[in-house]
Ligand binder design. Structure first.
Ligand code: FAD
Length: 382
């Protein structure tokens, strides 16, 4: 039998993951005062508290600050935290993708320097990939690194960098200048660096989102010096490293649980005896959620087995973001109200926030069209 193009094997959570759920719920109760509506909240104290419990980088080797626990336990941890609206932002990028990327491609010194600090909730990372004129087309990056004595000199700019103003380090994607191969190979010279955001020549300017909040930024890099020991992986291997990083980014439950509290609020408003139309609309959303969760869990199983679920992650991210964008639309149809950001009534402010947040879901982490291109390639259609 031919190998299937997409693998979504059904997965049952093992007993240790079920035990984890109880522990996380207790932890959430203890930190109830910090729970809210969005994982986007940046709270280092909360991250440190999670670090103390061994819940950041929990699947990593103990030698590098991890706990050698399973991808399933991590899955349960993340879904419980998201469902409660925990502020994960200060450690989430490091936990989800920068740490795993360093463990996969970094030197021993880099693994020992960065990973225990990420796992303790002490070191925060951001992703320096997108630029003006090369967002989806990351290979078109114009930021250039030149090899000099003892390191590299980097010039260029990055855009939409979430949390750059609060993070400590950035994994910076750029190209080595002038190797002459770019005309025939768009990925030639691609290279990643571990950039300390306090380095002279790094200027971070705010970009406000639709809600008028400051989450992402523009970064300008002028003759920034990065020492040799902060090159990540190999010069020219950046494209390969980046694509492996993106499958960590795209498959996690945060691709369909960001608005879970909104859904819960809708169920509360429908009450115990909703009319048929309301029950059907909510039932559809809940059935979709159960399916997405099953698919995402299956990806956790593949990560646990060391398989690279690049295509499957693109499917979950595309379906997950479409689902999340549907939630405020269905909410407005079922329970129409005038949205108001500052309203005391939870539903009224939630609908305002989620409506303003929804457009970003299908852009961040790869736009809908780009993901569908990846899916088409996975199916052998292009
Ligand atoms: C909330 C949020 C947080 C973000 N955080 C970060 C971050 O931390 N770090 C970071 O590096 N980036 C981040 N991004 C950037 C994000 O990943 C990019 O915005 C995204 O990749 C799209 O790039 P762009 O905005 O330049 O749009 P473009 O690439 O210009 O795309 C515009 C439109 O054209 C379509 N399009 C482009 N190319 C093709 C193609 N080949 N085929 C078909 N259609 C195409 C796109 O799908 C899109 O609809 C963030 C974005 C958001 C919204």
């Amino acid at each position: 039998m031919a190998t299937p193009v997409f693998r979504f094997d059904p997965v049952e959570l093992p007993p240790e993951a079920l035990k984890m759920r109880v522990e996380v719920r207790e932890f959430i109760k203890e930190h109830e005062h910090l729970m809210g509506f969005s994982k986007a909240d940046f709270n280092r104290d909360f991250s440190r508290a999670m670090g103390r419990r061994g819940w950041i980088g929990m699947t990593w080797p103990k030698r590098y600050g991890g706990q050698e626990r399973t991808a399933f336990e991590r899955f349960v941890l993340i879904e419980e935290m998201l469902a409660a609206g925990a502020p994960l932002s200060a450690h989430y990028t490091g936990d989800r993708q920068s740490g795993p990327n360093i463990l996969r491609f970094g030197t021993e010194e880099q693994k020992m320097f960065f990973c225990p600090k990420i796992a303790a909730g002490e070191l925060s990372f951001c992703i320096g990939m997108s630029e003006p004129n090369s967002g989806s087309d990351v290979a078109g990056t114009r930021t250039r690194a030149v090899k000099i004595d003892g390191g590299y000199r980097i010039n260029g700019s990055k855009l939409w960098t979430s949390n750059a103003h609060r993070a400590d380090y950035c994994i910076l994607f750029c190209k080595m200048a002038g190797d002459g191969k770019e005309e025939t190979d768009r990925h030639a010279g691609a290279t990643q660096f571990l950039l300390d955001l306090k380095t002279p020549g790094v200027e971070i300017r705010p970009v406000l989102n639709l809600l008028g909040e400051h989450h992402f930024n523009e970064i300008f890099l002028t003759d920034v010096f990065v020492p040799d020991n902060r090159l990540l992986g190999k010069e020219g291997n950046g494209w390969n490293q980046l694509t492996s990083e993106l499958s960590f980014e795209r498959s996690a439950p945060d691709r369909f649980l960001v608005l879970f509290q909104m859904l819960r609020e809708m169920v509360r408003m429908a009450g115990p005896t909703p009319d048929k139309g309301t029950a059907a609309a909510l039932g559809k959303l809940i059935a979709q959620l159960a399916t997405l969760r099953g698919m995402s869990l299956s990806i956790a199983g593949m990560l646990q087995d060391g398989y690279d679920p690049n295509n499957e992650s693109a499917v979950v991210k595309d379906l997950g973001t479409r689902y999340e964008q549907d939630i405020p639309v269905v909410a407005r149809q079922l329970f129409p109200t005038e949205p108001e950001l500052e309203a005391i009534d939870t539903y009224v402010s939630m609908i305002a926030r989620s409506t303003m947040n929804a457009p970003r879901f299908s852009i961040q982490g790869g736009t809908r069209e780009i993901l569908r291109g990846i899916i088409a390639r996975g199916l052998g259609l292009r």
